[in-house]
Ligand binder design. Sequence first.
Ligand SMILES: Cc1cc2nc3c(=O)[nH]c(=O)nc-3n(C[C@H](O)[C@H](O)[C@H](O)COP(=O)(O)OP(=O)(O)OC[C@H]3O[C@@H](n4cnc5c(N)ncnc54)[C@H](O)[C@@H]3O)c2cc1C
Length: 874
Amino acid sequence: MLRENDVSTNGSGADATAADVDFDVVVVGAGFAGMYLLHRLRGLGLSARVIEAGADVGGTWYWNRYPGARCDIQSVDYSYSFDAELDETWQWTEKYAPQPEILRYAQHVADKHDLRRDIQFSTRVESAVWDDNDSRWQLRTSDGNTITSRFYVMATGCLSMPKEVDIAGTDRFTGAVYFTSRWPHEGVDLTGKRVGVIGTGSSAIQSIPVMAAQAAQLTVFQRTPNFSMPANNGPIPQDKLDALAKGRPQYREAARWSGAGVTVDISTTSALAVSDEERLAKYEDVWEHGGIIQVINSYMDHLVNPAANELLCEFVRNKIRATVKDPETAEALCPKTFPIGTKRLCVDTGYYETFNRENVRLVDLRVHPISTITESGIDLVDESLEFDVIVFATGFDAMTGAIVGVDIAGRDGLTLKDAWSEGPKTYLGLMAARFPNLFMITGPGSPSVLSNMMVSIEQHVDWIADCIDNLRSAGLSTIEPTQTAVDGWVQHVNDYADITLMPQANSWYMGANVPGKPRVFLPYAGGVDRYRAICNEIVADDYLGFERRGPSTQRVNDGIVCRVQPDVQLMLEAMAAMNLPTMDSMSASEARDFSNAIAAQRAPGPDVGEIVDGVLPGAGGDLNYRLYRPASPGPHPIVAYFHGGGWVLGSFDSDDPLCRDLCVRSDAIFVSVDYRHAPEVRFPAAADDAFAATQWIADNAAALGGIPGELAVAGWSAGGNLAAIVAQLARDSGGPRLVGQLLLTPVTDSDFSRASYTENADGYVLTTALMRWFWDHYADPDDRISPKAAPIRAESLADLPPAMIVTCEFDPLRDEGDAYAEALAAAGVPVRHLPCHGQIHTSIPAVDMLLSGAPIRAEMAAAIRGFFKARVPA
Ligand SMILES: Cc1cc2nc3c(=O)[nH]c(=O)nc-3n(C[C@H](O)[C@H](O)[C@H](O)COP(=O)(O)OP(=O)(O)OC[C@H]3O[C@@H](n4cnc5c(N)ncnc54)[C@H](O)[C@@H]3O)c2cc1C
């Protein structure tokens, strides 16, 4: 049971001398997160103590008092929504409120809810150790006291731990030194001073124009330029006021279910799909009237398509070039080393214009690196500069710095630092395995810094408060995520990042600004709305992925919440919304019309050197083929390719994007063969056609532009089945000699008893029912056990060409593909088996739709190149 405790109270903060006390919950940090959590915990009747290093509330806005500090999300959005009265009565004076006003807001909330009496200020939590016997946390604080609590919450902020300066000679400088993140409360008068500013992140970009107006000289030391857009600050825009007037609760609720915690129009158009004029007009509009979220979302593919991203990059660079008069300075200020949006876009007031001032100079550290800081200034490799003041705007050890800044030890003395040595591993960014009852607010693995953080903070606080309440009602005392759940979530966070351009930047999102920090993408890129739905789903599913214990109970609900690749999931959701008929409910010709109609809507794959359609002799007459030739000079090795479609559907059109993609990636000719289809012509016509076509391609390799003897087979699904069978027939018929077989999610057996048929029976496009329908059209039950239908049933699999087999986790055919890979390996065939997590049967050929298949296709192409390189001349 949770215990009630007395907490000492006074007007200006909790009594800092109250030693050796016990609480239901201790919260570290009195920023917006800690403040709201305290309010919620009190509402639940729990005893709570907040420990805060600063002397008052406000967190970020208490510490970051540099000139020009403002929020980058409009204030009406960047504010609490939990208190309707507060929301109605507090009036922001500007679109983007300045730091003093945001701090006043935090103080007003503290006053209104009388929060300070439970906050111990000017105290750091230094260590936290889990006591397994007592199921409590023991915290040691900087005042030498020990506090115990059942629950321990790190509301320590994503951007609260300043990064250590790693420039030689920093201690030598005898002038004044200031950090933007720890700016003196009394302010700094820079009038008449020679000022050097190191860093060009958001804080620098906000403060440089204000400092430049005061200082005698201002020198900006820039390592990497950032993209910044004008705040166009002023009164709250009319469109915001109108939206709020329509209903504040609805407005707030829409923000909670938006992608970034702010209601904006999200484009569903590609930046590449519109004319230059239309795109430019749109960019100008969001530049003038929007904010960072509108700019990035002005087209749907800025964060996933490098070409689309570059269009926006160039628009911003042109803005910089048009503003900064000196062309060399302008060019140095233009970011060129990372896609826009992969670092948080900055918001400024007159930043670029500042470089037109006589008293401002930019030093590009990529050209003139700092060699050391001296007693009187900064030495570059080629110049010595003197300063009265150095301002460090060098950023933060973001997202994890403040958390591992406390020595935290969980079960069996496991330290969080050790557990996270390869990067943070959390469940939902809320908890870590083996650290019971330890919660993090906006922790790594949650949307946090990719969102309007007020929305994310409120969501986490509510989830945590509800969770504690839930445990209490159920008579449970501890909660922690299972290792499986944590591993699954880490994978999901990485999967999401990997389908975006985000990991391409050396950003603090990647931990890249801190030497030695593991390079992993820290926030969750799936969006506030999706993330909220997942958190809710986990609770509705009886806390999926959590282990909860009470005095006499243990409830383990092990599992993974998001297993399908994110883009595949989006595609499945889009298809479900279309409510399409199932193909197994159609006749063969209806199914063909249906699949042809879908294929016709798809974008083509990449350009190849040449495409030639032709006719070749099959086993029962002529067959159409399509040849894809690489752009590089020939001759090339050749891959005979067989399309998917269950022996009933498909054509070289249906697999056209995949063949183009593999042709480009592997630099091999692909000859895609239209074999005869069932039910008009049943087993073994397709296999016979495939073999006859392969023989003809081998015989005519030189005429096709290929290298005679350099021939491999490949196929997807039923085409993979045919490729495997061709490899066996070629072996048994004394040729043609094949150097490799690439089998993508192949049919290798006709046995439906393997687990993947039951586990993935429905919901992943290829269903078990549809597989039965295909077999029924193709082959009689007696024929299905022939190796010419089920290649895994061959008497021997020895002496077959090297194979690459790709199987997908959510595919009824997964287990038979796995089994074929194992059987080939057991027979001594060199096999590269690539099981693809989170993928479905149709993912990998969806070249034009799914980004997560691209690395797999790259591996397939590498295998094809390997087939040809590994060939030993006969
Ligand atoms: C300059 C700047 C501008 C920003 N602008 C925006 C914006 O416009 N929009 C947006 O969404 N986000 C913005 N952010 C992010 C901002 O951090 C969050 O919006 C929000 O204020 C975080 O609140 P928090 O309570 O989670 O953390 P914080 O406000 O960082 O508070 C954490 C508190 O924990 C305390 N603490 C940490 N470790 C310990 C310890 N061991 N012992 C005791 N106390 C400890 C710190 O002293 C700090 O006061 C900005 C950040 C910065 C730095």
